[in-house]
Design a protein around this ligand. Structure first.
Ligand code: ATP
Length: 312
């Protein structure tokens, strides 16, 4: 399948001399929800701003629906809807007017039936005649999404859609995003909430210091989440793992006071029962034990640490 967005060797050096993006390569598949995950200042906003034509790239190319974002700007831009990070709406306009006006900016003829569909999908229909300033923060955010959808884009960019939004509204926003995807819109969202990427995305890209350090199917990442750790707190410290226990790949922690066993929760056998009996045979006794699941957060932190070590 042809990618809907294709980014090749994209770099950005700001006027200050700061390199915000380093040779990014990324293809977005039509119909997917792609989450761009990264800490503050990683380059997420810069990347989507370039794709949306708000910031100029320093080198590299971007195609949207096959159209180059520079030589074929208008065609590329017409396929994109952008929901910016900051709440910028016209306080004194009505919901209906501001959303209809956005459509006009793309040179599309008025289509009240489409605007009605969008407002209904975003649960804003009963607010259509309200002035924006009278709406709650969550509603204003949905107005921004409605504006971005007004010209029927194929790709919707959401920059930190739930930053500063409470838990309930966040879940509501996720429902809206899933609804849009089910209606054929490709979604790219930036977030630094790992839970958001975990909940929403089909694929996850991790960006750190201007580099895309990982792009993977979420399901693949989740398979790694199938790993669990069993920590045994020993009665007396061990200097080395007894040879008889070598097959378990144990590691020693806390200055010899802990033995850690990593196992796969998806496997038919975890090996825990035989480990415990082999420990007894080897004369290793413990006073307590605990298990812990690795999270996407662990994977994320590990990835960033690795990429920082490489960059040094
Ligand atoms: P956040 O999650 O905080 O929004 P981000 O991943 O979106 O962060 P960007 O906004 O893309 O990050 O910024 C990436 C880096 O580029 C930051 O170090 C930022 O200070 C720098 N930067 C952004 N815009 C400019 C600019 N106009 N001039 C110089 N540097 C800039």
């Amino acid at each position: 399948m042809q990618p809907i967005i294709s980014v090749s060797n994209l770099s950005k050096v700001y006027g200050s001399g700061f390199q915000a993006l380093k040779s990014i390569n990324l293809d977005i598949r039509p119909g997917e929800i792609f989450a761009l995950l990264g800490p503050n200042g990683a380059g997420k906003t810069t990347l989507i701003s370039i794709i949306c034509g708000i910031v100029n790239p320093s080198s590299g190319t971007v195609r949207v629906g096959g159209h180059d974002i520079i030589s074929d700007y208008r065609a590329a831009r017409s396929l994109i809807g952008l929901v910016p990070q900051e709440l910028t709406t016209d306080a004194f306009e009505t919901v209906w007017a501001t959303v209809s006006f956005s459509r006009g900016l793309f040179g599309k003829p008025a289509d009240p039936a489409h605007i009605e569909r969008v407002l209904k999908a975003l649960s804003l229909w009963d607010k259509k005649d309200n002035m924006i300033m009278t709406l709650s923060g969550g509603m204003k955010r949905r107005v921004l999404i409605a504006k971005a959808l007004s010209h029927q884009p194929s790709v919707l960019f959401l920059d930190e859609p739930t930053a500063g939004v409470d838990v309930e509204l966040r879940k509501g926003m996720w429902d809206v995003v899933r609804y849009l995807r089910d209606n054929g819109v490709t979604i790219i969202l930036t977030t630094h909430y790992i839970e958001e990427a975990e909940q929403m995305a089909d694929r996850i890209g991790v960006i750190s210091k201007g580099e895309l350090i990982l792009v993977e199917d979420k399901a693949e990442l989740m398979r790694e989440l199938g790993q669990k750790q069993l920590t045994l707190h020993l009665q007396s410290p061990l200097e080395a793992i007894p040879a008889a226990l070598a097959p378990y790949g144990l590691t020693i922690g806390a200055d010899g006071h802990e033995v850690i066993y990593t196992y796969d929760t998806q496997a038919e056998r975890t090996g825990i029962t035989s480990l415990l009996s082999d420990l007894r045979q080897a004369g290793v006794s413990f006073r307590d034990l605990q298990t812990r699941e690795s999270s996407l957060e662990d994977i994320f932190v590990g990835l960033l640490a690795r990429s920082n070590a490489r960059g040094r």
